[in-house]
Design a protein around this ligand. Structure first.
Ligand code: C2E
Ligand code: MG
Ligand code: MG
Ligand code: MG
Length: 275
């Protein structure tokens, strides 16, 4: 009996692994034509000033509507794109689209609104700065309205990344550290790089009522104040989280409590309705 069970289990595991590999391969292949077949699009989530409630900027988030499998999470397909190198082409598309749509927002009443774009460390290769310059020029978006969100994973290739980020700083493009506190050596980044913003990971905001998480969040906010950085709390879902962050004097926040990420057309529609 035991032997039979064991065998079955092994069989199940094998099938599962096979399925996972299949899916990965399918996504990898289909991702190749996702851009040309218009399956990719961006949604935008507002980042609010917690004091005034005003929208400070939007974070652009990538979406993939697969023709057969439906919506695929960026957590799944970005990882694949990073492994295969497809992220360079996709990342370029994201940047161009994000800058273009933000320019359009600015022209439709959202004067001075900025955009934050996620960038994988794999994109930080030498040609990237030229690409960004070109996109800014072509879309007419001023550099100061663009913020690039990087993660602590850039530590893996720290020399290239440091140079790159200094170049962006000179261009006037802003830099944020995303998912702050979940990676490693983040304090080195704050010391050695011209960073503008740190984004406290949702994991800490989820547990903001827990005494330890609260101390960590408070400490990050203090570091931000002392180093003259903007601090954004990610993943605010409830009023009590916003209140707690206000008490801790956190400047900015983002999350479903304010809004889910939405297409830029919808932002323009809502904006014109309110004002
Ligand atoms: P991220 O940059 O940390 O983005 C925040 C994620 O949290 C987004 O998930 C957003 O939709 C989600 N979120 C925001 N507020 C809430 C909330 O209140 N509750 C919950 N449960 N979730 C919230 P999304 O859009 O699925 O993106 C996941 C990750 O995929 C991003 O994490 C980012 O690392 C990556 N990603 C997304 N778009 C791009 C892109 O264009 N390029 C690159 N390189 N990575 C991207
Ligand atoms: Mg982000
Ligand atoms: Mg994040
Ligand atoms: Mg993330």
């Amino acid at each position: 009996q035991a032997k039979k069970l064991g065998k079955n289990r092994y069989y199940c595991f094998d099938e599962n692994l096979n399925e996972q590999l299949q899916r990965r391969m399918t996504l990898e292949i289909d991702l190749e034509k996702a851009i040309s077949e218009n399956q990719l699009f961006l949604v935008f989530q507002p980042i609010h000033c917690l004091n005034s409630g005003n929208i400070d900027k939007f974070e652009a988030l990538l979406r993939w509507k697969h023709p057969r499998l439906g919506m695929i999470s960026p957590n799944e397909f970005i990882t694949i794109a990073e492994d295969t190198g497809q992220i360079n082409k996709i990342g370029k598309w994201v940047l161009r689209k994000a800058c273009k749509e933000t320019k359009k927002l600015q022209q439709n009443g959202l004067n001075g609104i900025g955009v934050a774009v996620n960038v994988s460390s794999r994109q930080l290769e030498s040609s990237f700065i030229t690409i960004v310059e070109e996109i800014l020029e072509k879309t007419g978006l001023e550099a100061k309205y663009l913020e690039l969100e990087i993660t602590e994973s850039i530590m893996q290739n720290i020399d290239t990344s440091v140079r790159m980020i200094q170049n962006f700083h000179e261009l006037g493009v802003k830099i944020a550290i995303d998912d702050f506190g979940t990676g490693y050596s983040s304090l080195f980044l704050l010391r050695d790089l011209p960073i503008d913003t740190i984004k406290i990971d949702k994991a800490f905001i989820d547990e903001i009522n827990d005494i330890k998480s609260q101390s960590i969040v408070k400490t990050i906010i203090d570091i931000g104040m002392n180093l003259d950085l903007r601090v954004v709390a990610e993943g605010i879902e409830h009023d009590w989280q916003k209140e707690a962050l206000n008490d801790l004097q956190c400047d900015f926040g983002q999350g479903y409590f304010f809004s889910k990420p939405i297409p830029s057309d919808e932002i323009i529609m809502n904006w014109n309705r309110v004002f």
